[in-house]
Design a protein around this ligand. Structure first.
Ligand code: ZN
Length: 313
């Protein structure tokens, strides 16, 4: 396997080095250009890539990443399925923070990364169709921004935050209706503001969650949960099976904006390696699969993908 190509060093003196030695910036730019060339070549040589995207694909849409460049948590751990379903205070806390966070999250729009991936899937008029395109786009994100950008062949591995599911009767409906109910039941909370998180959550550590009212399903009185896979909750088997079927039909894998720290995504990198498929990644910081990568570009997903696919066809 080839050595991964890194855009920049991770030295603590990184910022200072820029000021002290302008040639360092030029060297890094040259390294990034070389990495981009290698990635473009990788895409050319593998016309049926299995694509896995993560939080780094949505950061430029204003949705903050969970993890720092070392793959460590930047924020408190997300609510677990066990806590959500058994602890009323935790459930109140989730929905209170979610009610605040949704106002920004629900307005988030696709960025150049989403647009470039959709462009890659569809191509543009005049092309002979004999080019590379993703065999499947699997996303760990729950923001729906790939679909909003026009991608069609997508599996939302962890579900969609714009939908709500009743845990008693399995009914599903749009999050906007839930949002209206939440705001109607909790008018005192509407004025609160907080930082936007990757799961539509928000930081409201000091608020009194006991007073928050969480609506139940009007149809049956059942507990309502966002239609997303929580930590501690299995990904629905059908999604995993469909993704692995696509991996079987692929000739390589491209990871975009994911540290692969969560096993539900990492297993596809393991699956690609088991099948002898080469793997490329665009990610700022280390990934759990670094040892498996043939090509790595440590740069913004939006910038790299726009260069690769934005106006290529
Ligand atoms: Zn119900």
């Amino acid at each position: 396997m080839a050595e991964p190509v890194h855009e920049a060093s991770h030295e603590a003196s990184h910022e200072a080095a820029h000021e002290a030695a302008p040639h360092e910036a030029a060297r890094e730019a040259a390294q990034e250009a070389a990495a981009l060339d290698r990635l473009a070549d990788f895409v050319d040589r593998h016309p049926r890539l299995f694509v896995l995207t993560g939080a780094g694909c949505s950061t430029e849409s204003g949705i903050e990443d969970y993890r720092d460049a070392n793959g460590d948590w930047k924020r408190p751990m997300p609510t677990t399925y066990q806590a959500f379903t058994t602890d009323t205070l935790m459930r109140n806390r989730y929905w209170a923070r979610g009610m605040i966070g949704w106002r920004g999250f629900g307005r988030a729009r696709p960025n150049a990364a989403h647009a470039a991936l959709a462009h890659w899937e569809h191509g543009s008029a005049g092309h002979d169709g004999d080019r590379s395109r993703p065999s499947l786009l699997v996303t760990q994100n729950v923001d729906g921004l790939h679909e909003a950008a026009g991608s069609r062949n997508v599996i939302d591995l962890h579900g969609r935050l714009d939908r709500v599911r009743c845990l008693a009767c399995d009914a599903r409906f749009g999050r906007d209706a839930m949002q209206a109910d939440l705001e109607r039941c909790n008018p005192a909370w509407i004025g609160l503001d907080a930082r936007l998180g990757p799961d539509g959550d928000a930081d409201l550590e000091d608020a009194a969650f006991a007073d928050f009212v969480v609506p139940t399903h009007a149809g049956c009185g059942g507990m309502l949960k966002p239609d997303v896979v929580f930590f501690g909750e299995p990904v629905p088997r059908e999604r995993v099976d469909r993704a692995f079927a696509a991996l079987d039909a692929s000739d390589g894998m491209l990871v975009v904006g994911s540290s692969l720290m969560v096993y539900s995504g990492y297993r596809f990198a393991l699956g690609a390696a088991e099948r002898g498929l080469p793997i490329a990644a665009i990610n700022i910081g280390r990934t759990r699969a670094d040892a498996l990568l043939d090509v790595k570009v440590e740069a913004s997903a939006a910038r790299v993908l726009a260069r690769l696919f934005g106006d290529a066809f």
